[in-house]
Design a protein around this ligand. Structure first.
Ligand SMILES: *Cc1c(COP(=O)(O)O)cnc(C)c1O
Length: 370
């Protein structure tokens, strides 16, 4: 039972959404969906208006990520979870190596392990809260990295290992908030309901020329690939600013709004600087409290976009979260399977520093009043 506590309104954040995914959608973007986007809803994704919207998102992302020459922005339905299966069918030639440091990074490895046409994947496993470093492996043709492990709040450094494998990066929670040099990656893929403050259902995969070539070669070699998961189809449709089957137009619209907003605010570099300030506040706050501490020991591995803070046993996170929730401050529960007495706070680009500061002030107030 949550204690019945009313947080003084002057302490509350302007927006109470701190989930690590789905995460806050800016009210301005929702307003634009109702005014401008409304003409696009319920219209064909094969006609110029929606194709133009898709192109606006692709161009905006190309700008945000300083797209290297020859890289392409591929879109597909199904989100990052579907992309793991697309990659197992269409990108892994014979064997992959996976860095497993939490729930999300383990899932792609599990998909690869389940595919009878591939060798057993190599797993580089570290404890939750730790960050792995890439190691070359001449026996694999895909290296599978995760930019931000959403379940633990650990960010990974992206670097090409010294082998010939394609570098695939699950950037679902990291993209837009963490620095990236796309030349270090072959496929940088992400759903849009986290850093891009949109809704679920779509996946963006930024593909290098080598990745496109691999996709085409595996398909041409005749491997069975379910039509829905066929990356050749995704590449060809994306070149026409379309998807294979019907997309959620609101997802594309809200993401395009967010990307344009981010580009207008100074692009990725500005988003990363803002993230550093939010993270410095959250982890600094935790360090200063006798009853809290950052979960991730290595300061360099602490995520700028998903902050995890352990609480002492005397301060039950379930109760803190219940009081927060009853006051409209939402979704800062620890990842369930991690099983820790922990707060997990989304600090994505849409979430301003002032709201992160208000969040910690609310937690201070609750701990004083529990
Ligand atoms: C949320 C998340 C996913 C899953 O995204 P879906 O859109 O639900 O498929 C995958 N990887 C990471 C790192 C995530 O944070």
């Amino acid at each position: 039972m949550a204690p019945d506590l009313t947080i003084p309104s002057e302490l509350l954040p302007a927006d109470g959404r701190f989930g690590s995914g789905p995460s806050k959608v800016r009210a301005e973007a929702v307003g634009r969906l109702a005014t401008v986007g409304v003409d696009l809803l319920g219209t064909s994704h094969r006609k110029p208006a929606v194709q133009g919207l898709v192109q606006r998102l692709q161009d905006g992302l190309a700008d945000l990520f300083s797209l290297p020459d020859g890289y392409e922005i591929v879109l597909a339905n199904g989100g990052a979870t579907a992309f793991w299966e697309m990659a197992v069918f269409g990108l892994v030639d014979a064997a992959s190596q996976h860095y497993v440091f939490g729930e999300f990074s383990s899932k792609f490895a599990a998909s690869a392990a389940a595919a009878p046409w591939l060798a057993d994947p190599v797993e580089v496993v570290v404890e939750p809260g730790q960050r792995p470093t890439v190691v070359a492996n001449p026996d694999v043709d895909v290296q599978a990295l995760t930019h931000n492990e959403t379940s633990t709040g650990v960010m990974m450094e992206l670097a090409r290992p010294e082998d010939d494998a394609l570098v695939l990066v699950d950037a679902t929670s990291g993209a837009g908030g963490l620095p990236v040099d796309l030349a270090q990656t072959d496929v940088y893929y992400f759903s849009l309901q986290k850093g891009f403050a949109s809704e679920g259902g779509l996946v963006v995969a930024v593909c290098s020329p080598a990745a496109i070539e691999r996709i085409q070669r595996i398909s041409a070699a005749g491997r069975y690939i379910p039509a829905f998961l066929d990356l050749v189809t995704a590449v060809e449709n994306s070149r026409k600013h379309q998807t294979y089957n019907t997309p959620a137009i609101s997802t594309v619209f809200l993401a395009a709004e967010q990307v344009d907003w981010m580009n207008g605010e100074g692009g990725l570099a500005a988003a990363v600087r803002a993230g550093e300030r939010k993270a410095a506040h959250l982890y600094g706050w935790a360090d200063e409290r006798s009853w809290a501490s950052p979960f991730v020991r290595d300061p360099a591995a602490r995520s700028l976009v998903v902050g995890t803070v352990d609480l002492d046993d005397g301060v039950p996170a379930d109760e803190v979260n219940a009081v927060l929730r009853s006051n409209g401050v939402l979704d800062t529960d620890a990842y369930r399977k991690l099983g820790r007495n922990q707060l997990r706070v989304g600090m994505f680009p849409a979430i301003p520093l002032e709201d992160v500061q208000a969040y910690t002030a609310c937690v201070d107030w609750i701990v004083d009043h529990l």
